[in-house]
Design a protein around this ligand. Structure first.
Ligand code: ADP
Length: 523
């Protein structure tokens, strides 16, 4: 006889649809990762302001990735409790009534709608819409992307049956149904956080009707009836439940166990983010922070930064080339070698500041024209000062977002570090000293996937609430604040902030020059 009890279903499959790859995991009920797989796909940048992906390629990666982990662990469909999803935010695809894409998947990194930012901010409409929808007014927002399509592709808009994001695209291929969870909806700029419904004024502005969008469902919504061919490819059954899940950002908080007020998750990978959980939607009077849903009772407030680990990579590849070569020669990780050099310099880099705004910046300045600056250089500064100043610069950005969060939610009691930067004890300590709060390191890797699995357990009624995260995630290695370094950073923070504000107009001027120069080189 077949055993249908939950205990006979020991595994959860999590699929995390990211911008560079889809990662799939199999996790058991104790939170142990039993198998993982990653499939990369390209990001197309046909012009400087576009960043698109092929939705079919991503769909294939999801199907293949799930099939790969199920086969790798050698489990049967009957052993799978559910499949649960995490996804990158802000994507937009136009599809026809057969769910065929009419456009590529326009990603969060696409800047084509930049012109609408000023317009919305100047009229005051931007702040009104932000305060109801929680998505900052920025070209990443599907609201602005739809405004661009409205004005630039009116024929395409007429032919479009639905405007959807990448996870909705995956679900419609698998189940023939257009559904969007409250979490990804809350990152569209079109979703009213209070009513949990589409915002009529935002829809009017975007030029779309609610019929052109997906049906809204809670993040714990689940569905079965997988198409037979996809079930076979994934090694699952048509009866396997699929949980719609949430966005990668809010699930990362869950996946590191940062779900109590005061516990602030700081992720620094290529980019970075500072996030904290609240129990009801909360937006920022200054419009600097996002507010996205995890469930109806958990909301994540925070800010994303563009210039995270990418800054250290730039230093490694462009400034510290000789040192990087030396590290490789002696068989050492160049990042470890460079942090070792940086540690030979005192906190504050002997008065050298670096504004790490190489890729423009989102939070807290929301200024695409911001650029990098070394400030305070003198003859006594050496390469190691330049390296340390760059690492400190990233932390000045994190500190600025953390202080916006503090303004809204009160002081942080603990910072939980994750992403590539967390490999460095030196950089983590710098964060404690810059922000003045102790830092812990969760043992979780793939935090969004782990968060999706936890949400899957909740959706299937296997746990009572999300505090179960504390049974799964252990936290180690605390860094306490070094008070004298903290005082040095406080002094420098005010200089850093005023340098940024003094340079605002000059950033616009140099960016205009860079853009014109690039155009003239092309023609
Ligand atoms: P992604 O966002 O692409 O997943 P990761 O989370 O792997 O990226 O982070 C990559 C970044 O982490 C690198 O660009 C680098 O800045 C930082 N990093 C990686 N290893 C180290 C290390 N040993 N010490 C300090 N920083 C590191």
């Amino acid at each position: 006889m077949t055993d249908h009890s939950p205990a006979a279903k020991p595994y959860i499959v999590a699929a995390d649809i990211g911008t560079t790859s889809t990662k799939t995991l199999i996790i058991d009920r104790e939170g142990r990762v039993k198998a993982s797989h990653s499939i990369e796909y390209p990001l197309f940048t046909p012009t400087a302001d576009r960043a698109e992906q092929d939705p079919q390629q991503i769909f294939q990666a999801v199907v293949e990735g799930i099939g790969a982990v199920v086969r790798e662990l050698g489990i049967s469909a009957e052993e799978v409790l559910c499949v649960s999803f995490s996804s990158a935010m802000h994507s937009l695809i136009a599809v026809d009534d057969q769910a065929n894409p009419l456009t590529q998947c326009v990603t969060w990194a696409d800047n084509r709608s930049a012109v609408y930012v000023e317009e919305l901010k100047r009229s005051g409409l931007g702040q009104q819409i932000y305060s109801r929808t929680g998505t900052p007014i920025h070209p990443m927002s599907p609201l602005l992307k739809l405004m661009w399509f409205r004005d630039n592709e009116p024929d395409l808009v007429k032919r479009t049956y639905k405007f959807i994001g990448i996870k909705e695209f995956v679900f419609v291929q698998l189940f023939d149904r257009y559904i969007i969870d409250h979490s990804l909806a809350s990152a569209t700029g079109l979703f009213n956080l209070q009513n949990l419904d589409w915002d009529e004024e935002a829809l009017r502005l975007a030029g779309v009707t609610r019929g052109q969008l997906s049906e809204l469902v809670p993040t714990t919504f689940h569905i079965n009836g997988l198409r037979v061919e996809h079930a076979a490819a994934m090694g699952l059954s048509t009866a396997t439940p699929f949980v719609v899940g949430a966005s990668d950002g809010v699930l990362a908080n869950l996946g590191v166990g940062a779900i109590e007020p005061g516990v602030v998750a700081v992720t620094i990978g290529t980019s970075g983010a500072v996030r904290s959980v609240v129990n009801k939607p909360q937006t920022d009077p200054e419009g600097k922070l996002f507010c996205y849903a995890l469930t109806e009772n958990f909301w994540v407030v925070g800010g994303p930064i563009n210039n995270g680990g990418i800054v250290f990579r730039w230093v490694r590849d462009q400034i510290a080339t000789l040192e990087t070569e030396e590290a490789r020669r002696i068989g050492m990780d160049p990042y470890d070698y460079l942090t070792e050099l940086a540690s030979q310099v005192q906190a504050g880099s002997d008065g050298l500041l670096f504004l790490p705004l190489l890729a423009g910046e989102r939070a807290p300045y929301w200024n695409a024209n911001a650029r990098g600056v070394y400030f305070g250089l003198s003859l006594n500064h050496q390469k190691k000062h330049m390296i340390r100043a760059a690492l400190e610069g990233v932390m000045f950005s994190i500190q600025a977002v953390a202080s916006s969060l503090e303004r809204l939610m009160g002081p942080a009691t603990e910072l939980r570090a994750s992403g590539g930067f967390a490999r460095s004890a030196f950089w983590r300590q710098m964060m404690a000293d810059m922000i003045g709060t102790s830092v812990t390191v969760p043992d979780a890797i793939e935090s969004s996937g782990v968060g999706a699995a936890l949400l899957g357990l909740l959706a299937m009624g296997e746990i009572e609430d999300l505090s179960h995260a504390h049974n799964w995630i252990q936290v180690g290695t605390a860094h306490e604040v070094n008070e004298s370094d903290y005082r040095i950073y406080q002094q420098l923070t005010s200089i850093y902030t005023s340098v940024y504000h003094q340079l605002k107009d000059q950033f616009d001027a140099i960016t205009a020059f860079q853009q014109q120069h690039l155009l003239s080189l092309k023609s």
